[in-house]
Design a protein around this ligand. Structure first.
Ligand SMILES: [Zn+2]
Length: 287
């Protein structure tokens, strides 16, 4: 009898499903990344001589740390992308910065980049990763976990490793790339209690950061017609964020760059790159 034949279509289907699962598990490239970022990721992520090490090494949250050293010594910046996985302009910009600094070496200073800081959230287009049942959900939100905890949950450990990096390498400026669903000026105009943070630069209330912030907002707005797309400043990053931690524990300038998700993605990426360029220049790091 040839009875087993009837199982073959099902077996074939199972094999197809298993193969798709295997492809999804091994590629781990977020599907919604732009083709440019996908290309950068495949060219630099696994072979780059500029990978300095892995954050959360040996865990499912493991993610590369890139390092670019200039010809001349100077200040050191840390740029963080992918803190929130549903704010793609930030990690798209971080990928493009990796390509930029790989192709044209820095003249002065040094730059560390963590392009996918909350990698699992970035892959799933989620703001944060899940926290265990009964634990505050914000413990899966990297930007509420600073200065971190070496024995804590994964994002507390990531914050701890970033804090250690700032300390070990004597970082001079921290830039954390973010997005917001609502324009900041939209709600100010509507006289609402709620202020969206789209198109803002949030800065630590220290002198150096304030100076850079003023320069930045003027320069950004020179090229933007009056209206909602103009940038505003917001002093005082939220507690336990990367920028807050930079000011609070190290007394250095910390910035949260916020583009508005109502704008086209490429426009937002351009704004992110321009803000990073201005901050680096004003901090004394020349590309
Ligand atoms: Zn964010």
């Amino acid at each position: 009898m040839l009875k087993p034949k009837i199982y073959r279509p099902l077996q074939a289907l199972s094999i197809v499903i298993l193969m798709q699962l295997a492809i999804n598990c091994t590629s781990r490239i977020p599907e919604y990344l732009t083709s440019e970022a996908k290309e950068i990721r495949s060219s630099y992520f696994h072979s780059s001589e500029n990978i300095d090490g892995l954050m959360l090494s040996g865990t499912i949250n493991e993610t590369p740390l890139f390092r670019f050293q200039g010809d001349e010594a100077g200040p050191t910046a840390l740029i963080i992308g992918g803190t929130h996985g549903n704010e793609p302009a930030g990690f798209e910009a971080a990928h493009r910065l990796i390509k930029q600094f790989s192709d044209s070496p820095l003249k002065t200073g040094e730059i560390f980049i963590i392009p996918e800081a909350n990698k699992i959230a970035d892959q799933k287009n989620n703001r944060r990763i899940k926290a265990p049942r009964g634990v505050d959900i914000e413990m899966g939100n990297l930007n509420r976990c600073y200065p971190g905890n070496s024995h804590g949950l994964p994002m507390e450990k990531m914050a701890f490793e970033i804090t250690t990096l700032i300390k070990t390498h004597d970082i001079d400026v921290v830039i954390d790339l973010h997005e917001s669903p609502v324009f900041h000026l939209e709600y100010i105009e509507a006289n609402s209690q709620y202020h969206g943070l789209g198109q803002t630069l949030i800065y630590t209330p220290n002198e150096e950061a304030s100076w850079i912030a003023l320069m930045l907002v003027d320069e950004m707005n020179e090229a933007i017609p009056p209206g909602l797309e103009q940038f505003s400043l917001a002093a005082g990053p939220v507690q336990h964020s990367a920028a807050w931690s930079a000011g609070e524990f190290f007394g250095i300038p910390g910035f949260t760059t916020e583009t508005c998700k109502k704008l086209p993605l490429e426009t937002r990426i351009d704004y992110q790159l321009k803000m990073v360029g201005i901050i680096l220049r004003e901090a004394g790091i020349s590309p």
